[in-house]
Design a protein around this ligand. Structure first.
Ligand code: UDP
Length: 478
C-alpha cells in the first residue's frame, strides 16, 4: 500500500441517539480530512442517517452508509425495533443486547469484503475488536463519555471505597484521583457493587476488549480535563485522543431548519439575554407523571421563562401531567417542546442563560460549549459522575439534589420536589450573587477554550491530525 492510498474508516455506533449523534460527527470529521468514511447502521436508522449526511455528500465528502439488518424478531422484540430509544420495558434490554451481538457475523462479512483500514466502534460493541483483528484491522473505541468518568469508574472498580460504607447516603471520597471527588453509594452503578450480574459481565467484556484495542476517541478537549487525561494514560495504559466538542466539529452545512426549529428560535429572539432556562433530560430518561407535575409547578413558581422538552416517550402514561390551566398561564413565558428539540441551537441562543440537565455527557459538553451554567439532575448510568465533574471539578453548576439512581425503566417516585426545583432555578437565573457571577465567568471561559480547540491550530484539531498521520504511517509499513 502506497502513501497515496486513501484511508478508509468504518464508524460503527450502537443505535442509541446519545451515541449516534457524536459518532456521526466523528464520521464527518474523518470525511472532512479526506478519509473515506463508511457508517455502519441498521435499515431504519439508515433512513434518518442518510438525511443528516445528504449535505455533506453534496459538498463532496466521501461518506457512505452500509446497513446490517437488525434481528429484532429473532430475539423476541417487536418488528421495527432497531434503537435503544424505542425500548419500552426493562425486559427488552437483554434482548436488544443479544440482537446487537448477533451483528458480529454480518459485520465480519463486510470487513472481509471491503477491507477498511480501521474501525471506530462503540464501547457496547466489544466484539468488534476481535472481529477487526481477524482481518488485521485496528479498532478504536468510542465511549460517548469523558475521560473523567472513565477515571472515576476505574477507581471505584479497583478500590471499591463503597464497600466499607453502610449508609447509602453517606458520602465517601473516590480514591486516587487528581481532585477530591465525593459521592454516595446510592450513586454508584449497580454493576460495580454486585459483581456477577448480567451488566457486570457485559462491562467486563468491554474492559477486556479495550485492553486489546488501538485506543479511544473522546468527545472532550485537552483543556477541559488535562489532569484526568494524564491520569488515564498512566493508570489505564490506554491511549486516548480528545477530539471534541464534536457538536462543533460539524463541518457540513446545517440542514434546513424545521418549522419547530424556526418557531423555537423566534420565540427565543423575543427574550432578554441570559433570561431563559432550558430544561431537558436527554433522549432516554422517563419520568413518572407526578414528577413531571412537580417540574411544571417548580418552573412556574420560579417565575423564570423556560423551554422544557417533554416528549411523549418520556411520560409513563398518556394522562395529562400539567397542572390545571398551566399552559394558559405560561403563554409567552414558557415553551413546552413535545418533539425532538434542536438542543444545540437552543443552548447557543443568547437568550438562554441556564440549563437543567440529566447530565448525559453530550448535553453537558453542549452546555459548556454554549457557555451556559447548569443545574444538574442525574438519573442513571455515568450521569452522576458527570454531575461531580460539573459541580466539583469545573464548578459551573449546582446540583438539584437528585441523590439516587433512578433508572429510566423503573421510575416510580417523585425524587425532586417542586420547592427544590423552583429554588434552584431562581438561584441560577438571578443576576446577582458572587457565586453565580463566578460560575458564569468560568463557563464562558471554557466555552471560548472549547471553540478554540477545534480551530485549525487548536488542541482537538491537532490531536485528530496526529491520529490520522499515525494511521497512515501504520498502513505504509505493510
Ligand atoms: N437531543 C436533542 N433534542 C432532544 C433531546 C436530545 O437534540 O430533544 C440531543 C442532545 O443535544 C444530545 C443527545 O441528544 O446531543 C443526548 O445525548 P446525552 O448524552 O446528553 O444523553 P442521553 O440521551 O444519551 O441520555
Amino acid at each position: 500500500i502506497s502513501h497515496q492510498h486513501q484511508l478508509h474508516v468504518y464508524i460503527f455506533p450502537v443505535t442509541a441517539q446519545g451515541h449516534m449523534i457524536p459518532m456521526i460527527n466523528i464520521a464527518k470529521l474523518f470525511a472532512a480530512r479526506g478519509v473515506k468514511t463508511t457508517i455502519i447502521s441498521t435499515p431504519l436508522n439508515a433512513i434518518t442517517l442518510a438525511k443528516t449526511i445528504d449535505q455533506d455528500r453534496l459538498s463532496g465528502l466521501d461518506i457512505n452508509i452500509q446497513t446490517i439488518p437488525f434481528p429484532a424478531v429473532e430475539v423476541g422484540l417487536p418488528e421495527g425495533i432497531e434503537s435503544v430509544n424505542q425500548l419500552t420495558s426493562p425486559d427488552m434490554i437483554p434482548k436488544f443486547f443479544l440482537a446487537v451481538t448477533m451483528l458480529q457475523q454480518p459485520f465480519e462479512k463486510l470487513l472481509e469484503k471491503y477491507r477498511p483500514d480501521f474501525v471506530v466502534a462503540d464501547m457496547f460493541l466489544p466484539w468488534t475488536t476481535e472481529a477487526a483483528a481477524k482481518f488485521g484491522i485496528p479498532r478504536l473505541i468510542f465511549h460517548g463519555i469523558n475521560i473523567f468518568s472513565q477515571c472515576v469508574a476505574e477507581s471505584l472498580r479497583i478500590h471499591k471505597p463503597f464497600e466499607s460504607i453502610t449508609n447509602d447516603k453517606e458520602s465517601f471520597l473516590v480514591p486516587e484521583l487528581p481532585d477530591k471527588i465525593e459521592m454516595t453509594k446510592s450513586q454508584v452503578p449497580e454493576h460495580l457493587i454486585a459483581s456477577g450480574s448480567l451488566f457486570s459481565t457485559v462491562m467486563e467484556t468491554i474492559r477486556e476488549s479495550e485492553q486489546k484495542s488501538y485506543g479511544v476517541l473522546v468527545n472532550s478537549f485537552c483543556e477541559l480535563e488535562p489532569a484526568y487525561a494524564d491520569h488515564y494514560k498512566n493508570a489505564m495504559g490506554i491511549r486516548a485522543w480528545q477530539i471534541g466538542p464534536l457538536s462543533l466539529g460539524n463541518v457540513a452545512k446545517e440542514k434546513e431548519s424545521s418549522i419547530e426549529e424556526h418557531n423555537v428560535l423566534k420565540w427565543l429572539d423575543c427574550k432578554k439575554p441570559n433570561s431563559v432556562i432550558y430544561v431537558s433530560f436527554g433522549s432516554m430518561s422517563k419520568l413518572p407523571n407526578d414528577q413531571l407535575t412537580e417540574i411544571a409547578t417548580g418552573l412556574e413558581e420560579s417565575g423564570s421563562p423556560f423551554i422544557w422538552v417533554v416528549r411523549k416517550s418520556m411520560t409513563d402514561t398518556d394522562e395529562n401531567y400539567l397542572p390545571e390551566g398551566f399552559e394558559e398561564r405560561m403563554e409567552g413565558k414558557g415553551l413546552i417542546i413535545r418533539e425532538w428539540a434542536p438542543q444545540v441551537l437552543i443552548l447557543d441562543h443568547p437568550a438562554v442563560g441556564g440549563f437543567m440537565t440529566h447530565c448525559g455527557w453530550n448535553s453537558i459538553l453542549e452546555g459548556i460549549t454554549a457557555g451556559v451554567p447548569m443545574i444538574t439532575w442525574p438519573m442513571f448510568a455515568e450521569q452522576f459522575y458527570n454531575e461531580k465533574f460539573v459541580t466539583q471539578v469545573l464548578k459551573i453548576g449546582s446540583q438539584i439534589g437528585a441523590e439516587e439512581w433512578q433508572d429510566w425503566v423503573e421510575t416510580e417516585n417523585v425524587s425532586v420536589k417542586k420547592e427544590k426545583i423552583s429554588k434552584a432555578v431562581t438561584h441560577l437565573m438571578s443576576e446577582d450573587g458572587e457565586e453565580n457571577k463566578e460560575m458564569r465567568k468560568r463557563v464562558a471561559e471554557l466555552s471560548e477554550k472549547a471553540k478554540r480547540a477545534v480551530r485549525e491550530d487548536g488542541s482537538s484539531y491537532l490531536q485528530f491530525t496526529a491520529l490520522i498521520e499515525e494511521l497512515k504511517m501504520q498502513l505504509s509499513r505493510f
